[in-house]
Design a binder for this molecule. Structure first.
Ligand SMILES: [Zn+2]
Length: 89
């Protein structure tokens, strides 16, 4: 799995999937731009253009991705939203 930013100690961070943060690209979930210092994932997204399938890697903030997987439990457990969107995502 491709990831960016500081390691958060998960097994995926021990792989060689670390990539440069896609600064300026919009997070799929919150549609805010990825900023320098953010951490997150690049998740493959399959779409079609003129009938032909293609794959792009779409950025997700760490918190946005985790909330999409775990739901509100992640939000309550970490204070993700309480910290505000200006802190590390
Ligand atoms: Zn986001």
């Amino acid at each position: 799995m491709k990831w960016f930013g500081e390691s958060w100690g998960a097994p995926c961070c021990e792989s060689d999937g670390r990539v440069e943060a896609p600064v300026g690209d919009l997070c799929v979930k919150c549609e805010l731009p990825i900023m320098d210092g953010d951490r997150g994932f690049l998740i493959p997204f399959v779409d079609r253009q003129e009938g032909e399938p293609y794959v792009t890697d779409e950025p997700w903030h760490f918190g946005c991705f985790m909330e999409s997987v775990l739901g509100p439990v992640f939000r309550l457990g970490t204070g993700w939203w309480a910290r505000g969107m200006s802190s590390k995502r």
